[in-house]
Design a protein around this ligand. Structure first.
Ligand SMILES: C[S@@+](CC[C@H](N)C(=O)[O-])C[C@H]1O[C@@H](n2cnc3c(N)ncnc32)[C@H](O)[C@@H]1O
Length: 267
């Protein structure tokens, strides 16, 4: 997937793994599937969520797909390392799914729609392979929900670069706020979206490290070269912005970000 803003580097794999582990409780404590059910995880990446989902629902069977075969290989190793056996991996495109109508009892999609130029179409394709009465769960972030203390104009400018670069690649990092209409427009019913806020201060050192530094700042830092080469920002302002983001991870700093988790069923 050439347009993927974060790329497929080893560093990005570590970021995805840190993100999933740090946010597991907040985002997935309530993602549980009944014994015997078949779940499609679409866009599983390196399996960071897969490991959590399969452990949460050991008697369900997961089918995890991704368009990147390298990511699938990585994901396979991740589940083998944890002795997880209730998942099958397959290289596949959400827009060309190799499944029959109604093949799955449930669908799970996390941090994928934000990278797609046609997120509504993606949900409609996923809808087709879901059984009537089955559920879909969609988790997305929204970079517009970020703020920190101490406030910094330059820090916000670096985040804006990430938002604009992703938009330039036809993605939408502000998609969290749009989940409710998207899910409804895709033909699902009884959509329910719950905001999941990550609030971080120095009394939560695990979140300072796992979320503020290794998930959020790492993600912003990842677009430095693109932001500079596109003349979106000059290097002096960029460096000050990143320094200020780290400043907000110090003892008297705070960080806030909201994810959105939507669930609905197929009528
Ligand atoms: C940010 S990663 C998220 C991975 C995983 N869901 C997680 O939360 O760690 C987005 C993933 O979506 C995959 N992807 C993008 N477009 C896709 C498509 N059309 N079909 C299948 N996978 C796709 C990418 O290859 C990438 O692995």
């Amino acid at each position: 997937m050439e347009n993927y803003v974060h790329g497929y580097t080893e560093k990005e794999s570590c970021r995805l793994a840190d993100q999933a582990k740090t946010l597991a409780e907040l985002l997935n404590h309530d993602t549980r599937y009944p014994a015997g059910s078949r779940i499609l995880e679409a866009g599983c990446g390196i399996g960071a969520q897969t490991v959590i989902l399969t452990k949460n629902s050991p008697d369900a069977h997961f089918h995890a797909i991704d368009i990147s075969q390298d990511s699938i290989d990585h994901a396979q190793k991740a589940v083998m390392a944890e002795n997880i056996t209730n998942v099958t991996f397959q290289g596949a495109d959400i827009f060309d799914l190799p499944f029959q109508e109604g093949d799955f009892d449930h669908i799970f999609v996390c941090f994928v729609l934000e990278h797609l130029s046609k997120p509504l179409d993606a949900l409609m394709y996923l809808n087709k392979v879901l059984k009537k009465g089955g559920t879909i769960t969609v988790i997305e972030g929204d970079h517009g929900s970020f703020y920190c203390y101490p406030e910094s104009k330059e820090a916000m400018q670096t985040v804006r670069c990430l938002i604009d670069i992703q938009a330039g690649l036809k993605g939408n990092s502000l998609i969290g706020r749009q989940l409710y209409p998207l899910i409804n427009q895709a033909g699902f019913r009884a959509a329910s979206v719950s905001p999941r806020m990550v609030y971080v201060d120095s009394s939560k050192p695990d979140l300072v490290d796992g979320f503020s530094k290794k998930t959020f700042i790492a993600m912003v830092e990842g677009v430095k070269e693109q932001a500079l080469s596109l003349n979106m920002i000059n290097e002096k302002i960029w460096n000050k912005g990143i320094k200020d983001l780290y400043r907000a991870t110090e003892d008297d700093g705070t960080f806030c970000y909201t994810f959105f988790k939507g669930t609905a069923f197929k009528p």
